[in-house]
Design a protein. Structure first.
Length: 279
């Protein structure tokens, strides 16, 4: 086997080294130039004025479809705050005629409005209705009824332990002024014979014949139509409150409000007519 000596590497010439050095320097210069150009380009872009941002449209508020509810007029508010809470002088019944028809339409209308009662105790809500076709102005009659119910001499007493608030919506009981014919129907099976009042369930029924004409016995005793109206409202409401009939405890004294005092048959009451629960 022949053994050859290792080859010796050819030495690099100076010219070759110079050429390689020149190429390296050229690459470095080119890279530096490219970097310089890139930096210059970035600086130019940053110095240029920016286009303003397009303003975004603000969302439009939705259009509300609503109907304004008018506030009560000053005159109406003043009227409602002047509702009497006691009887003073003669009570107006709202009648436009003394002639009461035997029958009306058979349908009633609720007197609109809400009036607060007196006192801070138990509150009962009631509404007033008047049969259509009767010669009675509902608001006037309702004002008198409200004064009777909330008078300190009434069922609430001076301490205001009970008060009555009038409403035109849901109520604990209703006070209906009706023709004799409708009174008989609303009071059945009680017998009213076209002349009497009654309480039947949640209905306090005031016969228009009595509301406008009163009762002769009261007039014979020197009492007025206002006195009788106080009695019929208080007496029938007393029944609704759960009170039964009473008798004259002492001849010549005041009759208890729950004594029957509407008879036109004669002067057999025994007591002096009285319409107040707490006279």
């Amino acid at each position: 086997m022949s053994v050859y000596p290792p080859r010796r590497q050819r030495p690099i010439s100076r010219a070759h080294r110079a050429r390689r050095r020149s190429d390296w320097n050229l690459l470095i210069r080119a890279s530096s130039l490219a970097i310089a150009l890139a930096i210059t380009f970035i600086l130019i872009l940053s110095a240029m004025p920016r286009a303003p941002k397009t303003a975004q449209a603000q969302p439009t508020a939705p259009t509300l479809n609503w109907t304004a509810v008018p506030l009560p007029s000053n005159e109406q508010q003043k009227k409602e705050t002047q509702v009497p809470l006691k009887v003073s002088g003669e009570l107006a019944g709202g009648e436009t005629s003394k002639d009461v028809p035997q029958s009306g339409s058979g349908k009633t209308s609720v007197v609109p409005g809400t009036w607060p009662g007196r006192g801070t105790g138990k509150v009962y809500f009631y509404r007033v209705e008047v049969e259509n076709g009767l010669p009675i102005t509902g608001e006037t009659a309702a004002k008198s009824i409200h004064a009777i119910l909330n008078d300190p001499r009434g069922w609430g007493g001076k301490d205001g332990s009970v008060s009555f608030t009038r409403t035109d919506g849901q109520a604990d009981f209703r006070i209906v002024i009706a023709s004799p014919s409708l009174t008989d129907r609303l009071c059945a099976p009680l017998t009213t014979n076209g002349v009497s009042n009654c309480r039947n369930g949640s209905n306090v029924v005031l016969n228009a014949h009595r509301w406008i004409g009163g009762a002769k016995m009261w007039f014979n005793k020197g009492k007025t139509l206002t006195d009788y109206r106080i009695y019929e409202v208080s007496h029938e409401t007393g029944h609704w409150l759960g009170n039964g009939h009473l008798f004259c405890p002492k001849p010549g004294g005041l009759a208890p409000v729950m004594q029957q005092q509407s008879s036109d048959g004669g002067d057999n009451l025994g007591c002096i007519p009285n319409g107040w629960a707490h006279p």
